[in-house]
Ligand binder design. Structure first.
Ligand code: UDX
Length: 424
């Protein structure tokens, strides 16, 4: 859509006829902000036919999923199937690989299926919930190929690099050109994994630091405020919680760890980061269990199920992992998530979904915050306290102001709680 918005003629191919139908009807299959509005304003041809999609194309883009195989490596069958279809139907043209693929995949395509194309690795860095803004106004554009392909890629991206497009919704062109990094294919492929692995490492470090602060009676929020003031550290990706999830960080960190090992390098830091992340949910659940296991017929209200705020996506969601542990404990659970309506067929794992936070907390022994939805900060905690049976509030995302919860009569616990039982 970003390419179409900046003036290129775009055709979109997908094998799923339902998805193509919904896109033709200008409907957003993903719930991405601004998507439907932008789609409505564009003329894009949607098709399930490879020949219709590729005929006369000057560039073909592979953006298929790369799910995780049982070994942790990326499963590339969709990427190779797309490359075969392009080789069968497209003229000789630029072939951009946007899917997140292990280092060496684009080289393998160039040597094999796509010999007559100029294969370019061109990873994307989109965040769910910000896909339109991140596409039209990216922090950077990364592309890798042989030197003769650079000018064609630059031409394709020039309107985005120069930020020459009509403002759309909340997205306005930046006053600054966007940086363009040209390199060889392998480096471009690795850049994507390095970005996700670095951010995941930063988060796991912060989560580990929060656990250390809790053990030592320090206030992690104050520690992080002071850390964020150092421009070398920065303030983003510094909020502690029950771990990072979604369709990218978990899959991409495991894939990087796996193909690094295949190439003979044991990426120990990354292995520890993944392990820490798996542990973080378990530690949080144990905190809840230890506080409640002496009570009969425990009932928990879980606020948030999606892997982060701003999306209904529950893939590898830490909140969902907490929900499963609560269910495994045999406790009653009611969840509220602003993105998942009551009665939704998409409610994961048969979890009972309430239509509001107030409904979810009625008669609960404890409230658990699982996702960082900002609207949870605006809840009326005094009203919630009147509705709950118990007074425990476990904040898994460090978004509730402890003083507000305590003033309303809750016992504030969680990843950022300051312990009153400190060692000497
Ligand atoms: C991520 C990358 O940010 C993006 O560049 C890449 O293209 C795809 O993967 P996304 O999966 O949308 O994007 O999630 P992101 O917004 O990065 O959040 C990932 C996880 O980290 C979420 O579970 C979120 O709750 C968690 N997170 C994020 C924190 O716990 N604390 C923070 O401070 C930030």
């Amino acid at each position: 859509m970003a390419f179409a918005h900046v003036g290129h003629s775009v055709r979109v191919l997908d094998q799923d006829p339902m998805r193509i139908q919904s896109l033709r009807a200008k409907m957003d299959p993903l719930g991405e902000p601004h998507f439907a509005d932008l789609l409505g304003a564009l003329e894009i041809e949607f098709t399930t036919s490879p020949s219709a999609a590729y005929i006369g194309a000057e560039a073909a883009v592979i953006a298929t999923s790369t799910p995780q195989s049982p070994t942790g490596a990326a499963d590339l069958k969709n990427v190779f199937a797309a490359a075969e279809a392009i080789a069968e139907h497209a003229p000789s043209c630029l072939l951009l690989v946007k899917s997140t693929v292990p280092v060496g995949t684009a080289d393998a395509l160039q040597r094999g299926i796509a010999r007559r194309f100029a294969v370019v690795s061109n990873p994307e860095f989109l965040r769910e919930g910000h896909a339109i803004a991140d596409s039209l106004c990216p922090d950077r554009i990364v592309a890798g190929g042989t030197p003769d392909a650079e000018s064609a890629v630059l031409n394709l991206y020039e309107p985005i690099i120069a930020q020459r497009y009509a403002a759309f919704g909340a997205v306005s062109p930046s006053a600054r050109r966007r940086p363009f990094y040209w390199m060889e294919r392998r480096s471009a492929e690795l850049t994507k994994y390095a970005a996700n692995a670095f951010l995941a490492t930063k988060l796991s470090f912060v989560n580990e630091m929060a656990n250390v602060a809790a053990a030592l009676g320090a206030d992690i929020r104050l520690v992080l405020q002071a850390l964020a003031a150092d421009p070398r550290i920065g303030s983003s990706y510094l909020r502690p919680g029950i771990g990072w999830g979604g369709s990218c960080f978990p899959k991409d960190t495991r894939a990087l760890s796996s193909f690094a090992l295949e190439s003979g390098y044991d990426f120990r830091v990354l292995r520890a980061v993944i392990e820490q992340n798996n542990d973080q949910v378990r530690r949080f659940f144990e905190m809840i269990r230890d506080a409640l296991e002496h009570i009969d017929d425990v009932k928990i209200a879980l606020l948030g199920l999606s892997f982060k705020a701003g999306t209904a996506d529950c893939r590898e969601s830490p909140a969902l992992a907490v929900a499963r542990l609560i269910q495994d404990q045999g406790w009653a659970l009611t969840a509220f998530d602003p993105s998942i309506p009551k009665g939704s067929p998409e409610a994961p794992d048969g979890i009972a979904i309430a239509s509001s936070a107030e409904d979810a907390v009625a008669n609960a022994d404890a409230i658990v915050i699982g996702t960082e939805w900002p609207q949870f900060q605006d809840l009326d905690f005094e009203t919630l306290r009147k509705l709950t049976r118990g007074s425990l509030l476990f904040d898994g995302r460090c978004i509730i102001e402890p003083r507000v919860a305590t003033a309303a009569g809750f016992q504030y616990r969680g990843i950022c709680a300051v312990s009153d039982q400190v060692p000497d």
